[in-house]
Design a protein around this ligand. Structure first.
Ligand SMILES: NC(=O)c1ccc[n+]([C@@H]2O[C@H](COP(=O)([O-])OP(=O)(O)OC[C@H]3O[C@@H](n4cnc5c(N)ncnc54)[C@H](O)[C@@H]3O)[C@@H](O)[C@H]2O)c1
Length: 257
């Protein structure tokens, strides 16, 4: 049997995770999806199976260390190794009617969002990256956002009576810092850590929102869902073997103007 790499995707029941799974499948890797939501995991597993892609699913809350340790035990028992970790899970915003502006952002929401986006990424990196350190090989890919290098333009949300929360900026900038720290820390152990900062993917959003955001993007459109597969494969494979600690911005040019 051909040697397979073991890849783990957090937030594995979500929209973008499907594309990460396609990328891992094109690389002939074993795929493990983890998510706090079991139903979403089962749905995506069925959807991938219809494409003949078999994935393992494991329910875990990545902000809880005991859950991440259970996931580690499952992976080590099943495969004995971990080669690729895609830190993808996040919550955009805790929905709450009174929570829609900076002034009204509840401390509870701040804590919850940071707990998933940053603490969860820290815990998964610590626990799975430490296995990679022992193996003397491994790749971590962190999923940030174009909002890791620019501030949200609140005008594109104004008609929705919604503000992009400060937590999103803090998490996405923080992930770039975490990437650089770990890349420097584990470089000598042949563990590479990189990050992508994708622009928004068009996904049946509000029409006015789409019209407004397009005007901010030199390519004049949001991303198509499959447009990140190439960069994910590149960063998770040996094609990028001399690359670590980088934040690759793929935003249709939005951040240059
Ligand atoms: N979709 C886009 O246009 C876009 C653009 C740029 C960046 N991103 C980033 O890509 C990543 C994925 O985005 P998405 O659009 O797929 O979001 P999504 O909401 O569809 O998926 C996120 C997944 O994370 C899971 N999750 C939430 N809390 C969790 C926890 N505590 N433990 C484990 N899983 C948990 C959710 O259940 C969900 O399935 C995010 O980091 C997001 O910021 C997305």
């Amino acid at each position: 049997m051909k040697y397979k790499k073991i890849s783990l995707i957090t937030g594995g029941g979500g929209f973008f995770a499907f594309q990460h799974a396609l990328a891992m499948s094109e690389m002939n890797n074993e795929i493990v999806l983890t998510d706090i939501n079991k139903k979403k995991l089962i749905d995506i597993q069925k959807k991938l199976l219809r494409k003949n892609i078999k994935v393992y699913i494991f329910k875990a809350d990545i902000s809880k260390e005991k859950d991440v340790i259970k996931l580690k035990n499952f992976l080590l028992k099943k495969f004995g190794q971990i080669d690729i970790l895609i830190n993808n899970a996040s919550i955009d915003h805790v929905p709450n009617k009174k929570n829609k502006t900076f002034k009204n952002l509840k401390l509870k929401s701040w804590n919850k969002e940071i707990e998933v986006g940053l603490t969860g990424t820290f815990l998964c990196s610590k626990i799975f990256g430490s296995i990679m350190q022992k193996q003397k090989k491994g790749v971590i890919l962190n999923i940030s956002s174009d909002l890791s290098i620019i501030a949200p333009d609140q005008r594109i949300y104004s008609h929705l009576k919604f503000e992009k929360p400060i937590t999103y900026s803090v998490i996405k900038h923080g992930i770039v810092g975490l990437t650089k720290y770990l890349a420097a820390y584990w470089g000598k152990n042949n563990v590479r850590v990189n990050c992508i900062s994708p622009g928004g993917i068009e996904n049946k959003q509000n029409k006015t929102f789409i019209k407004k955001i397009k005007k901010l993007i030199p390519l004049g459109r949001m991303a198509r869902s499959n447009e990140y597969i190439g960069v994910i494969k590149f960063l998770c494979s040996n094609q990028s073997s001399y690359m670590t600690g980088q934040n690759i911005i793929i935003d249709g040019g939005r951040s240059i103007i």
